[in-house]
Design a protein. Structure first.
Length: 314
C-alpha cells in the first residue's frame, strides 16, 4: 500500500519520533530517511555462498542487480529525502545479500506491473519488492522467502481493544479496509462466519484518503483499520497514534510469505535462500527488520519455492 506524501516530507536524517511499538509499550524510535543511510547494516562476504554462485551469469560482473519498486511504500521501499535515492527494508536486505555474495548492489527502479518482464528479459538478476509467493508465479519464477506476508489490525493508541486474532473478535466493530484486496476478502469472510454464528455484523468502511481514514480512527467513527501490516507499523512508529492488536496472514487461512524473486531455473534461488538463512542465524536479519519496525514479520527459516497462494478458483 502506498504511503502519502506527508511521510516523504519528514526531515532528512535520523528523525526521532515517539512510537507505539508492537504491543502496548511506548517506545522511542528513529527512522533514517537520508540518502546516505549511514546506519545501514553491512555484513561480511561469505566464501561458501560465493562458491555457490560461481556459474551464475549476472547482468553485470561483480554486481547484484535488483529490481525494486520505488513507489511510496515505506518501510519497504521509497525515495529518501533527496527524492531520488531508494531506501527501506527491501533495500537493506538487498544490500546484505549482495555483501554476503561479495557483490556490489545496483538497484533498478521498476513499476510494479513491469517487474515480471524485466526479470525474464534479464534486466536484473532478482526482484526484491514485496512479492508474495503464489502457485501461478512459481510457474515462471523461483522464490527465496524472507518475510511473512502480514495484514494488521490497528486501533487508536488509547483504545481498550487489546487483541483481534479471530473472527469473533471483530463482531460489531466498525472496521476500515481496502476495497478489492485480500484484506477485504478476509474481513468479509470473517463477518460472514460471525453472522452465521449469530454474532453482530461489522460495519465496513472504505477511504481513499489516508488523512480521512486516520481521522475516522482518531475520532471514534471507526474502531480499527485492517490493512497491510508493514505500512501501518511504520505509521504507528511515526505518529504514535495507533497500536497493533493483531496480525493475520495475507493468505489466510493459509500462510503467505514474501520472497526474493529470480528467473526460473537460473540457479540463483538456492544460494539466496542460504544467504537469508545465514543472516537469520547471525542475527543480522532481525536487526534489519527491527530497524524498520517489522520485527513481527520475521520468518524462522527461509525456503526455496515453498507452497504459494493457490491459483484463482483452485
Amino acid at each position: 500500500m502506498a504511503f502519502t506524501d506527508r511521510v516523504r516530507l519528514l526531515i532528512a536524517g535520523a528523525v526521532a519520533i515517539g512510537a507505539i511499538g508492537f504491543g502496548s509499550a511506548q517506545a522511542q524510535q528513529k527512522f533514517d530517511l537520508s540518502p546516505e543511510q549511514p546506519n545501514r547494516l553491512r555484513v561480511e562476504k561469505n566464501e561458501k555462498r560465493i562458491a555457490e554462485i560461481k556459474d551464475f551469469k549476472f547482468v553485470e560482473n561483480g554486481v547484484f542487480t535488483v529490481g525494486i519498486s520505488s513507489s511510496g511504500n515505506l518501510p519497504l521501499h521509497d525515495y529518501a529525502s533527496d527524492s531520488k535515492t531508494v531506501i527501506g527494508y527491501d533495500v537493506d536486505l538487498a544490500q546484505a545479500i549482495a555483501d554476503s555474495l561479495g557483490l556490489k548492489l545496483n538497484l533498478v527502479s521498476v513499476a510494479w506491473a513491469d517487474w515480471p518482464l524485466g526479470l525474464t528479459s534479464g534486466k536484473f538478476d532478482a526482484v526484491i519488492s514485496n512479492v508474495t509467493v503464489t502457485e501461478e508465479r512459481k510457474e515462471k519464477f523461483d522464490f527465496s522467502t524472507y518475510r511473512k506476508d502480514e495484514l494488521g489490525f490497528y486501533v487508536r493508541a488509547d483504545n481498550p481493544i487489546t487483541s483481534i486474532k479471530e473472527p469473533k473478535d471483530i463482531a460489531g466493530l466498525k472496521v476500515i479496509t481496502d476495497a478489492g484486496t485480500n484484506q477485504e476478502k478476509i474481513l468479509l469472510e470473517w463477518d460472514r462466519r460471525n453472522v452465521a454464528a449469530g454474532l453482530k455484523p461489522i460495519e465496513v468502511q472504505y477511504y481513499d484518503d489516508d488523512a480521512v481514514k486516520d481521522l475516522a480512527v482518531q475520532s471514534g467513527r471507526a474502531d480499527a483499520v485492517f490493512s497491510v501490516n508493514a505500512t501501518q507499523a511504520y505509521a504507528a512508529g511515526i505518529n504514535g497514534k495507533t497500536k497493533l492488536v493483531g496480525t493475520v496472514s495475507g493468505g489466510w487461512p493459509i500462510t503467505a510469505e514474501i520472497a526474493v524473486t529470480t528467473r526460473k531455473g537460473s540457479g540463483l534461488a538456492a544460494p539466496v535462500t542460504n544467504v537469508v538463512n545465514d543472516l537469520i542465524a547471525s542475527g543480522a536479519y532481525k536487526k534489519i527488520l527491527d530497524a524498520w519496525n517489522l520485527g513481527p514479520e520475521a520468518i524462522d527459516k527461509a525456503q526455496t519455492n515453498p507452497p504459494g497462494l493457490p491459483k484463482s478458483g483452485s
